[in-house]
Design a protein around this ligand. Structure first.
Ligand code: NAP
Length: 292
């Protein structure tokens, strides 16, 4: 029988615990943790992501602020904003919502974020620390994937994990984390130049899909009893919905789920855990600041 890796429920459990912790600190007279976001331009998806992060921050009692800039903001102006947030003691962590407009060099902007406030875990320092197994802010989506596997006590030791996609924010770091001591998977990392992809995915005890192609993974690509983590998020027009769209993933769940032992749904799987990881990283930065 297929069981659900329920990201929504898992995130509620983690947020409840975090809200309790925040209450304990603020009762003692400390200010609450503060997560900030820089939002450039008016991309609809980015606005939704930032709004969701704000909502989650408020749910756990964090202070949340959003610094909004127009789409024609210069790189210099954005770097100044980052410098300001780096030096603001009232902010524990911040994110720069990606993607950025074409005139701005994303990597230059990421590199300017103080590693101690980089709660997205995107700076070279945090990525280096992660790869070395040192204390680091882990990138939010890979961290969320690890959390949900742990929450449901999914056996990972010695399992063959196939990761589809090698992006810097999902595929590459999750492959790194799952191959580490503690998870102990044997990991195969696939990308657009991989040959005989279905042959490899069919060998996966744990299949993590992050390729950004709607319903790419079909039933013939999945082994019976596999644990399936679908990271993909796509908005598809759907007249029958009040919103005018529905959300689907990188996996054709209608035909694949029945073959699996465990599955993350879309929506309600990896997405909520990504936001929770951001909150956990902010809490970690806050605790460091106040030596808690
Ligand atoms: P990305 O940067 O576009 O990377 C996609 C990866 O998939 C690349 O490594 C690419 O290979 C590989 N790929 C593309 N087509 C392929 C094919 N036909 N066969 C094998 N590999 C292929 O995507 P991303 O940022 O990692 O995001 C992936 C998905 O996750 C998207 O749907 C995104 O919206 C979603 N996402 C969700 C969350 C969340 O919180 N749930 C967070 C982040 C992203 P090459 O490197 O060779 O080009």
């Amino acid at each position: 029988m297929t069981q659900i890796l329920d990201g929504k429920q898992t995130s509620i459990a983690i947020k409840d615990e975090m809200a309790n912790q925040v209450r304990q600190y603020t009762t003692k007279g400390l200010r609450p943790p503060h997560l900030a976001a820089i939002l450039v331009g008016d991309d609809g998806a980015s606005q939704t992501y930032v709004a969701n992060k704000e909502k989650a921050s408020h749910e756990v009692g964090f202070t949340s602020s959003v610094y909004r800039y127009s789409a024609n903001t210069s790189e210099e102006e954005l770097l100044k904003a980052i410098e300001f947030l780096n030096n603001d003691d009232d902010i524990d962590g911040f994110i720069v919502q990606l993607p950025l407009p074409a005139q701005i060099n994303e990597q230059k902007v990421i590199n300017a974020i103080s590693p101690e406030k980089d709660v997205d875990g995107f700076t070279p320092i945090n990525i280096g620390r992660m790869v070395l197994g040192e204390d680091a802010f882990l990138p939010a989506t890979p961290m969320g994937i690890c959390s949900i596997l742990k929450h449901y006590n999914i056996e990972t030791t010695g399992k063959h994990c196939v990761v589809l996609g090698r992006s810097n924010i999902v595929g590459t770091p999750v492959a790194n984390l799952l191959s580490r001591k503690g998870f102990d998977c044997t990991v195969t990392l696939c990308h657009s130049r991989t040959q005989n992809l279905p042959e490899l995915t069919r060998q996966a005890d744990i299949l993590v899909v992050a390729i950004g192609k709607p319903e790419f993974v079909t039933a013939d690509m999945v082994k019976d009893g596999a644990v399936l983590v679908d990271v993909g998020i796509h908005r598809i027009a759907d007249e029958s919905k009040k919103s005018g769209y529905r959300i689907i993933g990188d996996v054709k769940h209608g035909e694949v789920d029945a073959k699996c032992s465990w599955v993350t749904p879309v929506p309600g799987g990896v997405g909520p855990l990504t936001i929770v990881s951001l909150l956990q990283n902010t809490m970690k930065a806050y605790k460091k600041r106040f030596n808690l």
